[in-house]
Design a protein around this ligand. Structure first.
Ligand code: NAD
Ligand code: IPM
Ligand code: MN
Length: 359
């Protein structure tokens, strides 16, 4: 995204629910430290959307939100949405999926990069052997919300959920994955689908992939069914560099990938439409099992803020945040999920301090 000379980057901050409200203040602290170190200007605006607000006054995603984000913001930093008091997840679907769909954030980048070999549950794996990116289609598939109930609540009930795959949607995400690989000097793109069973929707993926790969002769293109891909990811992740897949498989695959690098607390993501306002968030959810205890790992949120910096054209700031997270892990300044005894806040402050102290 081109930088506007002299103007601050305008960031919307949505902490959301549960641990989102604990990790986002730390990510913001770290982001501010990076911006200030680099002489960058930030204009942050917080939004209190989430379960509390929804239960109080019914607000999920306000009607003018999408237009506002497009007009007034460069990027959005989000914590997580989900609360046991809202069992149907209505507010989360409206806000999170609403923003992904309505802002047309079609590319969900989910890096699975091992920072320290001690963090992987795999035996004898070096950092460089777990270093891949899941590029998840983010605007259609089984998430399109098309379907319905028939005879709901009766013994004859029927529930349908349509798997929506459009030529445009499939082509642009596959192309994005190849471009992503090229930009980073990566040599391998693996497309994963379930075209042996999903003979219409995923047949489209197979055909489009066969077409698009021809334009990228410099990149090695392969295909794996999703069941085998998840097995291979656990057995030998070093074979992957860029994985491109549909919405649901990308959701599942990125949690498995997070498991390989030390857990969900460490995994960041970017919901991106190149050149337009985009949304950055940790991969994890609101983690009700640990919420309120002050022990959630803020590194996924911090790294998401780092991805946001990169998107905004602040490469040095992105690098500095990632370097500080690596240093925190190296020095054991971590929350209990990574074996440390630091609180969320202590980790956030340590990383922010490190960012401020190092170039
Ligand atoms: P979750 O990601 O919230 O938690 C899964 C496991 O990972 C839990 O054991 C949790 O303690 C752990 N974990 C998550 N974040 C952590 C962190 N920062 N530090 C340390 N450990 C962490 O998934 P879930 O339990 O299936 O879902 C809880 C709620 O979050 C649900 O309402 C779900 O719909 C929602 N959710 C939201 C998002 C999002 O907003 N992007 C993502 C996933 C789940
Ligand atoms: C994620 C989450 C969401 C998803 C849920 C909360 C709808 O799991 O961001 O990974 O499935 O996309
Ligand atoms: Mn998920």
């Amino acid at each position: 995204m081109p930088e506007r000379a002299g103007s601050a980057k305008r960031i919307a901050v949505i902490p959301g629910d549960g641990v989102g409200k604990e990790v986002i203040p730390e990510a913001v602290k770290i982001l501010k430290a990076a911006a200030s170190k680099g002489g960058r200007e930030l204009a942050l605006t917080e939004f209190d959307w989430g379960a509390d607000r929804y239960l109080r006054d019914g607000t999920t995603l306000p009607a003018d939100a999408v237009e506002m984000f497009r007009r007034d913001f460069d990027a959005i930093l989000l914590g997580a949405l989900g609360d046991p008091r809202v069992p149907d997840n209505r507010h989360a679907a409206d806000i999170l999926l609403g923003l992904r769909f309505k802002l047309d954030l079609y590319a969900n980048e989910r890096p699975c990069v091992l920072f320290d070999s001690r963090l992987t549950p795999l035996k004898s794996r070096a950092e460089k052997e777990v270093n891949f990116y899941v590029i998840r289609e983010n605007t259609e598939g089984l998430y399109a919300g098309m379907g319905g109930f028939f005879k709901k609540g009766t013994p004859d009930e029927i529930a349908t959920q349509e798997d929506v795959n459009t030529r445009k949607g499939v082509e642009r995400i596959i192309r994005y994955a190849f471009e992503f690989a090229r930009r980073r000097g990566l040599k391998r793109v693996c497309m994963s689908d379930k075209s042996n069973a999903l003979t219409y929707g995923h047949n489209l993926w197979t055909r489009v992939f066969a077409e698009v790969r021809r334009e990228y002769g410099d990149v090695e293109a392969s295909h794996m069914y999703i069941d085998n891909l998840l097995l291979q990811m656990v057995r030998d992740p070093s074979q992957f560099q860029v994985i491109v897949t549909c919405n649901l498989f990308g959701d599942i695959g990125s949690d498995v990938g997070a498991g390989l690098i030390g857990g969900l607390g460490l995994a960041p993501s970017g919901n991106i439409h190149p050149g337009q306002v985009s949304l950055f968030e940790p991969v994890h959810g609101s983690a009700p099992d640990i919420a309120g205890k002050g022990i959630a790992n803020p590194m996924g949120a911090a790294l998401a803020a780092g991805m946001m910096c990169e998107f905004l054209g602040w490469a040095a700031e992105a690098k500095s945040i990632e370097g500080a997270v690596r240093a925190a892990i190296g020095e054991g300044k971590t929350t209990p999920d990574l074996g440390g005894s630091f609180t969320t806040k202590q980790v956030g402050e340590w990383i922010a301090g490190r960012v401020a102290a190092h170039s």
